[in-house]
Structure formats: structure tokens, C-alpha cells
Design a protein around this ligand. Structure first.
Ligand SMILES: Nc1ncnc2c1ncn2[C@@H]1O[C@H](COP(=O)(O)OP(=O)(O)OP(=O)(O)O)[C@@H](O)[C@H]1O
Ligand SMILES: [Mg+2]
Length: 244
């Protein structure tokens, strides 16, 4: 059922209320659907409201008006700044969601081993985050999200704190993981090339208050040739729509 929606956003708006009671509008009349199993990216200028939109989808904040309908049962979020617990080992971090869900220890260990392998961290189970590189910490964050077998994976700039080589490696690993599990992914990024390399569709939002400018389908089979004329011209087309 590849065309069934996993997320339906209907006429969603969001504003912060400032100290002087003034409204600080962040999102304006946003409507879109994410299909089941789709890799969907959101790109737009800095400060436009992308993270806020993702947090609303995650249920971490309530929209001011409009609605979010999640048809996927389980969701998990990967944060920008490797939000993993410094006082827990790699194993304990990855097991966190499972422990919260009351999964029996033996089952937890099996899943944790599997996910640690998927993200390429075997041998690091007993290490603490401070003993890991940034790339490895983000792998822990991804493994922790994957451990609960989410139908919906939300990612906020998951590669942005990493150097170019590490980010590249992690992107291809993520692509493989997605191709294996086919969970629905909603990823926020400011890198057009990253969105083009990974996504089925890309939504471009305007400056704040963010409105949907365009949603475009990426008409390229994977793995994508990032040096092709088609790739460059698509990237140009998207960039020309992003207001800086
Ligand atoms: N708690 C808050 N109170 C008031 N304003 C906020 C709050 N959190 C975020 N904002 C403002 O809302 C706007 C949107 O923020 P958001 O983090 O969603 O943008 P973004 O598109 O993710 O930006 P970036 O690409 O830089 O990560 C920004 O102008 C930000 O300053
Ligand atoms: Mg952001």
C-alpha cells in the first residue's frame, strides 16, 4: 500500500506567544501528506520553522490551529545534536526505548545487538558517549530510534554536526537501513543535495512564517548519481526556490 498516507497535516499554523503577548508566527496554513514507506524531506531557510514543524509532528508541541494525523503507530525521533544520554553506555542508550516499553531483557539484548550492528558500532557497546566521536554518537542516536521499530522516523538535520566524510558515510548507511526496513521517514535538512540524494519527495518551505512553496517528486532511481546533469539541474531548481 505504498500510497497510503502515514502522516496527514491539515491547515496547520503555529505561533509562539511572546512576553508582550505579541504573536510570533512560525508556521502558516501548512498542509501536506507523507506516504507510507516514503522518504520525505523538508528544506527551507534557517529559522523558517522546520524544527518546530517536526516537533509538532512528533507530538512534542501542540499546533496553534489545524491538525496532525498520524497513521503510523510508532514513531521515533533523531535529534540534531546527538541527544543521547551521557550517563548511559551505548548498549543502554540503544536499549532505552525498549526498557521504557517493558520489553524483556533477553529480547532487548537481541534487538540492541542487531541495531548496533546495523549502524556499524559492534565492539562499542560498553563505551560511554564521551568516549565516542560525533559520528559514532549520531549512530547511537539512530540505533536508539530504530530499536523500537518505528513506522515513522523523524530526523532533524541528522548529519549537520558532522564532518563531510562522516556525514557521507552515515547517509549511505541510513539509506541502506531505510531500504531494508522501509519505514516512513520525515527529514529536515538545509542541504539540498542531501535531500536530493535520499528523498522520494522534497517539500520546500518559505521564510518564516513557513508556508509550503512546493512539493516535488525526485525522478531518479537509487543509488543516485550526484554528479549527473539531472542531479545538478534539480538541485539548482530547488535552490532557486529557497529564499535566503
Ligand atoms: N521557544 C521559542 N520561543 C520563541 N521563539 C522560538 C522558540 N523556539 C524557536 N523560536 C523561533 O521560531 C522560529 C523557527 O524556529 P525553528 O527552530 O523551527 O527554525 P528552523 O527552520 O528549524 O531553523 P534552522 O534551519 O536554523 O534549524 C525561529 O525564528 C526561532 O527563533
Ligand atoms: Mg532547525
Amino acid at each position: 500500500m505504498p500510497n497510503n498516507p502515514a502522516v496527514k497535516i491539515n491547515n496547520l499554523s503555529y505561533h509562539f506567544t511572546l512576553e508582550d503577548k505579541k504573536r510570533f508566527e512560525v508556521l502558516k496554513n501548512i498542509s501536506f501528506e507523507v506516504r507510507q514507506g516514503e522518504f520525505f524531506s523538508i528544506v527551507g531557510p534557517s529559522g523558517s520553522g522546520k524544527s518546530t514543524l517536526l516537533r509538532i509532528i512528533a507530538g512534542l508541541i501542540q499546533p496553534s490551529s489545524g491538525s496532525v494525523e498520524l497513521l503510523a503507530k510508532k514513531s521515533a525521533m533523531v535529534f540534531q545534536n546527538f541527544a543521547i544520554f551521557p550517563w548511559l553506555t551505548v548498549h543502554e542508550n540503544v536499549a532505552f526505548g525498549l526498557r521504557m516499553a517493558g520489553v524483556p531483557a533477553a529480547e532487548q539484548n537481541k534487538i540492541v545487538q542487531e541495531k548496533i550492528k546495523e549502524v556499524g558500532l559492534p565492539g562499542f557497546e560498553k563505551k560511554y558517549p564521551k568516549e565516542l566521536s560525533g559520528g559514532m554518537r549520531q549512530r547511537v542516536g539512530i540505533a536508539r530510534a530504530l530499536a523500537v521499530s518505528p513506522e515513522l522516523l523523524l530526523m532533524d538535520e541528522p548529519f549537520s554536526g558532522l564532518d563531510a566524510f562522516t556525514a557521507d558515510a552515515l547517509r549511505s548507511d541510513l539509506l541502506q537501513i531505510w531500504q531494508k526496513h522501509r519505514m516512513t521517514v520525515v527529514m529536515v535538512t538545509h542541504l539540498v543535495e542531501e535531500a536530493l540524494q535520499l528523498s522520494d519527495r522534497i517539500m520546500i518551505v518559505s521564510r518564516r512564517p513557513a508556508e509550503v512553496k512546493q512539493i516535488l517528486e525526485v525522478p531518479m532511481a537509487r543509488p543516485r548519481n550526484m554528479r549527473s546533469v539531472q542531479f545538478f539541474s534539480l538541485a539548482d531548481r530547488i535552490k532557486s526556490q529557497i529564499e535566503l
